[in-house]
Design a protein around this ligand. Structure first.
Ligand code: URA
Length: 408
């Protein structure tokens, strides 16, 4: 069998053996399979899906393309979380510090933006000096010392996911349950926490559009976890409306810090809920007790202090974080009640502003983005400011920005 045979077999809707998957995927990592051949295979997988067996094999290939942190390499109660991606989703930057401030250990492998959805690594890279490519030993030391470390896929950690992830992002091949499951679970298994919360985003701004598909993804991730003796806790959350007020890499870091300093909104509520679920599972306490601990950490500023420690430990200089040069208000040209804020249209505008990638090696602009100024249910008058656009050029984005809001 050669790469054409593998592509043809999947195009016809047949299951691939582990050897065939290895030929194609490891071949891509080694450079014997080209971008266009892998894109074609990925598209065939998006269209025809994979059996559970193929998804297990693919996860295994992703995982074993790099090194796996041994269970006993990090002392303490280890947890992990991952979101399937959405617009304005900066939950990891809040949940990690909360849980670390409560004594848990969270070492997390994340990715860059995927399609129109943002990625935690891009958000962290907006902080000057922040190192998202830690060696395995530096990663282990950081988790042990600070309680929270976050790093991207590297030559050591799931290198196969690193190359496939960046190709999927720009080839229309992100929306596939087996590809998402293998990508996320390999990263979670590589660092080895026993208890893993998966925040499955559902809605127009997410990779998964329906509850039915989200449940399918939840089910295969739990099965992968069982195979490796890990507890996977899937939680389905809404992604029809952007999460929080800020969309854009540096802007999202700013909002994460605001939440850690006490700002309350839909994002803070979600972070408290998810942190409490994970704390409860890891520490075997009631959900009420877990929620109390989480809220206390936020109230006393412990989670914020932990965030600062985490950023400094990885070389970041928060005081040098910069947003774009121009901040342009977008005013309403109608009056009524704000009925919807479209996550999809917000994500599309963020991409257009330069906050995401259209090609694999695109440089992104970390400072651009959108700050939403109104919330669903608000009464809107003519000329009320709906949002602010952070941009570095003089283009007028008012028309696109107004389409984000439904006012009736
Ligand atoms: N996050 C990942 O790490 N991989 C995906 O495929 C989707 C979200």
């Amino acid at each position: 069998m050669n790469i054409f045979g593998v592509i043809d077999k999947k195009r016809m809707g047949n299951a691939l053996s582990k050897e065939e998957l290895e030929l194609a995927f490891m071949g891509y990592l080694k450079g014997t399979v080209e971008d266009y051949q892998m894109s074609s295979l990925l598209m065939a997988i998006v269209i025809n899906g994979m059996t559970d067996e193929e998804t297990f094999d693919l996860t295994d290939l992703f995982l074993n393309s790099g090194t796996i942190i041994p269970d006993d390499a990090i002392k303490g109660t280890r947890v992990d979380k991952h979101s399937t991606g959405g617009i304005g989703d900066k939950t990891s930057l809040i949940i990690g510090p909360i849980l670390a401030s409560l004594g848990l250990k969270m070492g997390k492998l994340s990715g860059k933006g995927l399609g129109i959805t943002g990625g935690t690594i891009d958000k962290l890279n907006s902080i000057p000096g922040f190192n998202t490519s830690l060696s395995m030993q530096a990663f282990i030391n950081s988790v042990q010392k600070v309680g929270f470390a976050e790093c991207e896929q590297t030559d050591e950690f799931t290198p196969l996911d690193k190359v496939i992830y960046s190709l999927r992002s720009v080839s229309g091949t992100v929306e596939s349950i087996p590809l998402i499951a293998a990508s996320i679970m390999s990263k979670k298994l590589a660092v080895g926490a026993k208890c893993i919360l998966i925040d499955i985003k559902v809605g127009e701004g997410a990779l998964i559009k329906t509850k039915e598909k989200a449940n399918e993804l939840a089910s295969i991730m739990v099965k992968i976890g069982e195979k490796y003796n890990k507890k996977v806790i899937p939680v389905l959350t809404d992604m029809n409306v952007p999460l929080g007020d800020n969309i854009g890499n540096a802007l999202e870091v700013i909002e994460a810090m605001d939440i850690l300093k006490g700002k309350e909104n839909d994002l803070s509520k979600l972070c408290i809920t998810l942190s409490s679920i994970l704390y409860k599972e890891a520490m075997d306490v009631s959900i009420e007790e877990a929620t109390e601990q989480v809220k206390e950490s936020l109230k006393k500023g412990k989670a914020y202090d932990k965030f600062v420690e985490f950023v400094e430990n990885q070389g970041g200089k928060i005081s040098e974080l910069q947003v774009a040069k121009y901040i342009k208000p977008v005013k309403s040209n109608v009056k009524g009640t704000l009925e919807n804020i479209s996550a999809l249209k917000t994500g599309e505008l963020a991409l257009k502003l330069g906050g995401g990638r259209v090609k694999k090696n695109d440089e992104i602009n970390y400072g651009v983005g959108i700050r939403i100024n109104k919330h669903i249910g608000d009464n809107i008058k003519y000329d009320d400011i709906l949002c602010y656009i952070y941009q570095d050029d003089e283009t007028d984005y008012t028309e696109e920005a107004l389409k984000i809001f439904t006012i009736k």
